[in-house]
Structures are given as C-alpha cells and as structure tokens.
Design a protein around this ligand. Structure first.
Ligand SMILES: Cc1ncc(COP(=O)(O)OP(=O)(O)O)c(N)n1
Ligand code: 3NM
Ligand code: MG
Length: 207
C-alpha cells in the first residue's frame, strides 16, 4: 500500500483536555497516519495514551506511529518515526519487523534520505517548510529541494513544518506524498473544524 495522505501529529499541550476528541475528529476526516508525539518523558502516561490511540486507530483502520521511541512502538506493535538523534534505523527495522512503518527525519538533506532508504526507512520526512509554532527552531527546507528529492528518491516523501490548508498546495505539486501537520489541523476551535480541515487536506491530495 502506497503511503499517501494526511499525517496528523499529536501535541500534548495543544490537545490538553481534548486529546481523544480531537484525534477522533481527525480520524473521522481521514488520516493516512497518526503520530503520537509526546515529549513529557512520563513513561506511564506515554504508554497509557499510546494504547488509547492504538485502539482508536484500529477502529478507523489507520496506522499509528510513535515518535522517537522504537521500544514503545515494538511493545505496541506499531510504527515509529526517528529523528537524526533518536537512534539508528537498522536496529529499529530489525526490532519492528519488515512490515512496520518506519519514518526518518532528513531535514533538507537528500543524502540523509538516501541513507535512510538504504537502512530500511518506509518514508522520509523533509522540513520545516514554513514557520512552525510547534517547532520554531527546526532547520528550513525549500520546495526546490523537495522537487530534487522527488526526482531522486523512490520512497514516499513526507513534508512537515507550519503546513496549513492555505500553504500546502505547492508541496503537493512538488511531489509530497504525506502532509504532516500539528497546528494546521489541531489548532482548530472545534471537533467539527478538525474534521473539516482533515477532509480539505485530503481533497488537496486528491484522496
Ligand atoms: C513526520 C515527522 N517528520 C519529522 C519529525 C521530526 O522528528 P525529530 O527531528 O526527531 O524531532 P521531534 O519530533 O522528535 O522533536 C517528526 N516527528 N515527524
Ligand atoms: C515535529 C516537527 N518536526 C519538524 C521538522 O522540520 O523536522 S517541524 C515539526 C512541527 C510540526 O508542527 P506544525 O505543523 O505545528 O508546524
Ligand atoms: Mg525525534
């Protein structure tokens, strides 16, 4: 199955008090992937929340990805997203098995993506493309680099960083398969608006 579509990423602060309601609203609008991203360092909370998300995702037939933590992903039998300092891909692939989805952060460097492909990544992520509320300090990437990556890489390409319904179209036009979004989706002021935005992102991707 080709990985293509909206990739929602949770944010524990943004979603405080409405976590499951907003995630379910996004799933209702249609997600290719959901990433559980939690930087609290509270292992018990992370396990509890990730288990709830796994149950929700299974109801909506959506794949769950755990950020940063291949051990937690293995415990739950789901995928993982690893940044450049989150541990190597090859052992993560060995741990999770050949069918698991493993994503790799490549910033704006095509060479990192080629290396990730060799090490067994399922998709590569480039960003940030726009100003990001969630991660303002992330290194910047450009649509020119995205077009070059599209010409060179045969893996699904994920884009991230400040993506909204208003600015996403050029990224799709330059070859993005997965639109990874936090604020542009979950920054909405109602569950209905989260679902509307998810559907509109899917329309942009012609899904
Ligand atoms: C889909 C996706 N792309 C990039 C990232 C960023 O990963 P990383 O560089 O490890 O930074 P943190 O998210 O861990 O702060 C991501 N999480 N997801
Ligand atoms: C987690 C993350 N990683 C990025 C990168 O460029 O690697 S940008 C980012 C934050 C994405 O959130 P928002 O959609 O709110 O900008
Ligand atoms: Mg990380």
């Amino acid at each position: 199955m080709k990985l293509r579509g909206l990739y929602a990423i949770t944010d524990s602060e943004l979603l405080a008090g409405k976590f499951l309601a907003y995630v379910e609203a996004a799933l209702d609008g249609g997600l290719a992937l959901l990433q559980y991203r939690d930087k609290s360092g509270d292992d018990a909370r992370r396990l509890r929340e990730a288990e709830k998300l796994r149950e929700l995702c299974s109801r909506y037939k959506t794949q769950l990805i755990i950020n940063d933590d291949a051990e937690l992903a293995a415990r739950l039998g789901v995928g993982v997203h690893l940044g450049q300092t989150d541990g190597p891909l090859t052992p993560a692939r060995a741990l999770l098995g050949s069918k698991a989805i493993i994503g790799a952060t490549c910033h704006s460097q095509i060479e990192l993506a080629e290396q990730a492909a060799k090490e067994g990544a399922s998709y590569v992520a480039f960003g940030r493309f726009f100003n990001s509320n969630t991660k303002p300090g992330a290194p910047a990437a450009t649509v020119e680099m995205l077009a070059q990556a599209r010409a060179r890489l045969h893996l699904p390409i994920c884009v991230i960083g400040g993506i909204t319904l208003e600015n996403a179209e050029p990224l799709v036009a330059h070859g993005a398969d997965l639109l990874a979004v936090v604020h542009g989706l979950f920054g909405a002021d109602s569950t209905q608006e989260v679902t509307r935005r998810a559907r509109a992102f899917n329309d942009l991707l012609k899904i």
